[in-house]
Structure formats: structure tokens, C-alpha cells
Design a protein around this ligand. Structure first.
Ligand code: AGP
Length: 572
């Protein structure tokens, strides 16, 4: 998952490309590069590192030209270094290309191209594209790109320039999002709208198989056989109405027979909380599926099923494909998405925008909170349509309305959590345990610690602990319990005793109505305010997010751009 940007117009391209690239850095940031077309042909600057470092390089070694492309990378094939950074070139250095996606038959293509005499300079799958274009027939760059892409298996969002066809950027899409930015006498290519919004709100979303040709005089969209394609120009309005359930009527709610939630990572954890909420409020059976597994399963007919794709970015490839697979199996599909105008939002039949605001840090935090709040609202909506008592609904609405103050109070635990972080920053492993609606919180707490502090951590259903993980318990193992006083609290207490008996270090996140009774069994007790048990994850999650944060800071980790990760996973 990488970010690509392209520009052609009347202004200097480099400042525009770098500014756009910086907005796409959440997609990957292990290396970056830029190429422009000018009197000298194609000139490229690239390095291992962030867009900021590329900007310094270009300041030292300026590049001029009104037509160019740029890339920020999350390595899939070939380690993150200067050589493998994009843009990639062909043998003659006439072509420069940036790519987001995976060329699945790259090995076969490379072997064939090398036998044909092409010299490869990198370890990447992407470089096969430049050599394929180099040897493809065609008078124009777009003809050669179309010819080359006929041999390609896999996914791509790409932009390419050539010194043989100047003043032109050619872009193409299959599987990875690509849009065009349309302005007066200048045109942009980008992986998503955030990279062009500083210049225009008029965008053209490319569809799979599209090839776009941009020159200062305008843009054209073609299919693989050079037939003109008519694509709508959308206006990017970041303030779309909150709850756009589309044409999802009361009748649809009552006729539903089950819900399938598809998601990845933190969104999958929110889905697990969502299962408790939707089953309890709407009385619907809910399955929560890893999107990456769901998309390759032989799906049985899904008529009468609502499939909810949960995705902060709205671009996660596995979740997008799972949504498409569910629709193909007959399900109604809706998106629970934060990024307005993202692919999942546009492809779903209906949807809910989180409006959590742009989530910059790679580790998802406020999106998790907002996903659970939105699932509670959805649960109320479906529940009321399916006979949920108005009183029950009102009670939950009251609890939701009270949450902002309770969250503010929970944040007061910051100082206590920072002290804990000091004590456990040296841990090598950690175990997070919870039951019921708190099990997903344990999973998410472990994921946060893993993602930003690189400490190995596992989330586990508390009762499962005695079926194996208990073997890990010793004086070095911090065990974090998520144990609000709810229907399974006493059961979790028993597990605490089992850990205490084996010398484990116990940290408990519980509710304020639990007084000193845990002081004997736990080393540290963090108390969050009381709320409805279905909503307790919105409070119990906060100390765990803070703990991961302070431990990561204590260990000197880059909390916003953790190693090996990226914010939006747009490849398989
Ligand atoms: C969470 O902190 C991670 N960034 C990752 O697990 C993320 O939740 C996952 O990639 C799903 O992303 P999405 O919500 O944008 O689809």
C-alpha cells in the first residue's frame, strides 16, 4: 500500500507533488521519490525515508518541470531502500513509473523480459511494468501502457511519464484506488482525494480497467482498447450528512435474518463488540469475519443477510473484496467508514460515516471508539425497527449522551497510566484478558501495544487462559485484565486468582463501583466510570490506548509512524 501522485499543468510540478505526497504518507513511508519531465528528459530523485527527507533532497538537488509523478512506499516486494524506491525506470531511462498494488505474475514477466535482454535494476514487482511498456508497440504512451497491461495479473494504481511523449501523464487502475483531480488548465492523479484537495474539489474516480491520459489541454479516460469512457466529475464535500442509510427501509430491517461483519485489524475488534450490541438490541444473529479469510471462502447464499464492512480508511483491499464477495452471494452491503468518498463508501448500498475526523496516526484509536458508538446507533435503529422496547432504547441513548463527560473523566487516569508505563516499558511480553464485550477490548489493547511499542502481546478470552496460555505466566509477564463489573465480572476474578497464584503481574481495568476488593489480588487497579455494559468498551479501552502510548514513548518508538506498518492496507 503506497501513495501515488501525478501532475501536469502550468505550474512547477515538484512542490505540488511533494505536498500531495505528504498527505498520502499514511499509506506507507519507508521510501519516497519524484520524477519530472523537462528539457533533460526524465529526471528522478528518490531515497529510503520519509517525504520530508525527499523534500530536503530536492532542495539540495532541485528539479524543474511542469509534468511529473511521485510516490511514497510501503514495501511489498524488495526491501525498503533507495534502489527499490519508486519511480522506476526502463532500460533507457526514458520512462518513469510509480505504482500502488501487487503484480502477481511479476516473476514470470521478469524472466521473459530478462531473456529478451532487459536489465533489471531493482528487486521490485513494479519494475516489470516499465520494461513491459518499453517493449510494447504503440505510437503514444497510452497505447503502449494499454498493450503492456494486457500481460499483467494483479492490482495496480499507477502513473507514468515518458520523454518520448512529453507533457503527458498516463494513469491506470485495477484494484487500487486512483482518481483524477480536475482544475483550470492543470490536472492531477492521486491515490485519494486528500492529495489534491488543496488545488481542486473536482475529482474523477477511475474504475477498474480505466486508463487516463492527462495533458495541460485536458484529460481523457479510455478502456484497454482505447475506447473513450464517460466518467462522472464528483465534487468532494467532506461534510456529507451523518447517517446516510441510503434506501435501507424499516421493511429491510424487519426482513433481515442475520448480519455478517467483515473487517481487518482494529476494525475487526470493533466488529466483535458490534456483535454483542446488534445481537442484544436487534435480536439478529451476527457473525464477525476476518475479511481476508471471508473473501476466499466458498460463500453460501447470503439472501436476507446484511453484510457490514467496517473500515476506517474505506480502502482496505481485503475488506473491499469481502464486501464485493458478500454482494455477489446475495447480501445487502453497508459500510461503516471514516474516510468520506472512499472506495468502500462509494461501493456500499448504504452506510454510516463515523466523522471521527482524519485519523493521522497509523495505530487506530479514535476510529475504534467511533466505530463502537456508530454500531450502538445502528443497533438502536435496527432494534427499534424490530421491536426493541422504546424504554430500553431511551436508556441506551441516555448512556450515549453521557459518554463525552465520562470519557473526559477517564482521561484523568493519564498520570497513573504513565507511571505504569515507566514500570512495564521493559517487558518483553504481555497478556490481555477479558470476557464478553471486554474480550475484544483485550484484543485491541494487545494490538495497540504490539503496533507501537513492538512488545509481543496477546489478547485472549479470560477463561481460555487456563487451556494453555497460563503456561506463560511468571513474574516477568504483565497480565492486563479488562474487568468492568458486569455479568461475567466474578468469573474474571477467578482467572485473576489463577494468575496471582502463579506470580503474574496483574493490571486491572475495572469500573468505579469496584472498591478495594481487588487490591489483594491485583498489582494495579485502574477504575473507569460506570456506563451501560454494552458501552463499557468505550471507556475501558482508553487506559489501554494510553498504556501502549506511554510505553512506546518510553521506549523511544515513533508512535505515529510505527515500523513496518501503514495506515491503509490497499494490497493483499
Ligand atoms: C490498527 O491500528 C491498524 N492500523 C490496522 O490493524 C487497521 O485497523 C486495519 O488495517 C484495518 O484498517 P481499516 O479500518 O482502515 O480498514
Amino acid at each position: 500500500m503506497c501513495g501515488i501522485v501525478g501532475y501536469v499543468g502550468k505550474r512547477e510540478a515538484v512542490p505540488i507533488l511533494l505536498e500531495g505526497l505528504a498527505r498520502l504518507e499514511y499509506r506507507g513511508y519507508d521510501s519516497a521519490g519524484v520524477a519530472v519531465l523537462n528539457g533533460a528528459g526524465v529526471e528522478t530523485r528518490k531515497l529510503a525515508g520519509r517525504v520530508a527527507a525527499l523534500r530536503e533532497l530536492v532542495d539540495r538537488e532541485p528539479l524543474h518541470g511542469r509534468c511529473g509523478i511521485a510516490h511514497t512506499r510501503w514495501a511489498t516486494h524488495g526491501s525498503p531502500n533507495m534502489t527499490n524506491a519508486h519511480p522506476h525506470a526502463d532500460c533507457t531511462g526514458t520512462i518513469a513509473l510509480v505504482h500502488n498494488g501487487i503484480i502477481e505474475n511479476a516473476d514470470v514477466l521478469r524472466a521473459r523480459l530478462e531473456r529478451a535482454g532487459h536489465h533489471f535494476a531493482t528487486e521490485t514487482d513494479t519494475e516489470t511494468l516499465t520494461h513491459l511498456i518499453e517493449e510494447s508497440p504503440g505510437k503514444t504512451l497510452e497505447e503502449r501502457v494499454a498493450a503492456a497491461l494486457r500481460h499483467v495479473e494483479g492490482t495496480y494504481g499507477l502513473a507514468v511519464v515518458s520523454a518520448d511523449d512529453r507533457g503527458k501523464v498516463v494513469a491506470a487502475r485495477r484494484g487500487s484506488s486512483v482518481l483524477l483531480g480536475v482544475a483550470d488548465g492543470e490536472y492531477f492523479v492521486a491515490s485519494d482525494a486528500s492529495a489534491v484537495l488543496a488545488h481542486t474539489r473536482s475529482v474523477v474516480h477511475l474504475a477498474d480497467g480505466d486508463i487516463a491520459v492527462l495533458t495541460p489541454d485536458g484529460y481523457r479516460v479510455l478502456d484497454g482498447d482505447a475506447h473513450e469512457q464517460d466518467r462522472a466529475v464528483d465534487a468532494v464535500e467532506w461534510e456529507l450528512d451523518d447517517l446516510a442509510l441510503g434506501n435501507f427501509t424499516k421493511g429491510d430491517c424487519t426482513s433481515l435474518r442475520r448480519v455478517v461483519i467483515v473487517a481487518c485489524g482494529t476494525s475487526w475488534h470493533a466488529g466483535l463488540v458490534g456483535r454483542h450490541i446488534l445481537e442484544e438490541l436487534a435480536g439478529l444473529p451476527v457473525e464477525v469475519e476476518y475479511a481476508s479469510e471471508f473473501r476466499y471462502r466458498r460463500l453460501l447464499p447470503l439472501a436476507g443477510t446484511l453484510t457490514i464492512a467496517i473500515s476506517q480508511s474505506g480502502e482496505t483491499a481485503d475488506t473491499l473484496e469481502a464486501l464485493r464477495a458478500a454482494r455477489a452471494a446475495g447480501a445487502r452491503v453497508m459500510g461503516l467508514v471514516n474516510v468520506v468518498g472512499s472506495t468502500i463508501a462509494r461501493e456500499a448500498d448504504a452506510g454510516v460515516y463515523l466523522h471521527a475526523g482524519p485519523e493521522i496516526g497509523v495505530a487506530s484509536t479514535k476510529a475504534f471508539t467511533s466505530q463502537i458508538a456508530a454500531l450502538a446507533l445502528l443497533g438502536l435503529y435496527l432494534g427499534r425497527a424490530r421491536g426493541l422496547a422504546v424504554e430500553t432504547g431511551r436508556e441506551l441513548v441516555k448512556s450515549l449522551v453521557a459518554l463525552p463527560d465520562l470519557i473526559a473523566r477517564t482521561l484523568h487516569l493519564g498520570a497513573e497510566v504513565r507511571e505504569l508505563a515507566e514500570r512495564y516499558a521493559g517487558a518483553r511480553n504481555a497478556l490481555y484478558l477479558g470476557r464478553g464485550v471486554s474480550f475484544p477490548v483485550a484484543l485491541e489493547g494487545a494490538l495497540k501495544l504490539k503496533e507501537i511499542s513492538y512488545i509481543h502481546a496477546e489478547g485472549y478470552p479470560a477463561a481460555e487462559m487456563k487451556h494453555g496460555p497460563i503456561a506463560l505466566i511468571d513474574a516477568e509477564m504483565p497480565v492486563v485484565f479488562v474487568a468492568p463489573r458486569d455479568g461475567v465480572y466474578q468469573k474474571v476474578r477467578t482467572t485473576m486468582e489463577e494468575v496471582r497464584a502463579r506470580g503474574g503481574r496483574i493490571i486491572v481495568v475495572t469500573t468505579e463501583d469496584v472498591n478495594g476488593e481487588l487490591d489483594r489480588v491485583a498489582d494495579h487497579v485502574l477504575r473507569v466510570p460506570l456506563t451501560a455494559s454494552l458501552l463499557s468498551p468505550l471507556l475501558t479501552m482508553i487506559p489501554l490506548q494510553l498504556l501502549a502510548y506511554h510505553i512506546a514513548v518510553r521506549r523511544g518508538c515513533d508512535v505515529d509512524r510505527p515500523r513496518n506498518l501503514a495506515k491503509s492496507v490497499t494490497v493483499e
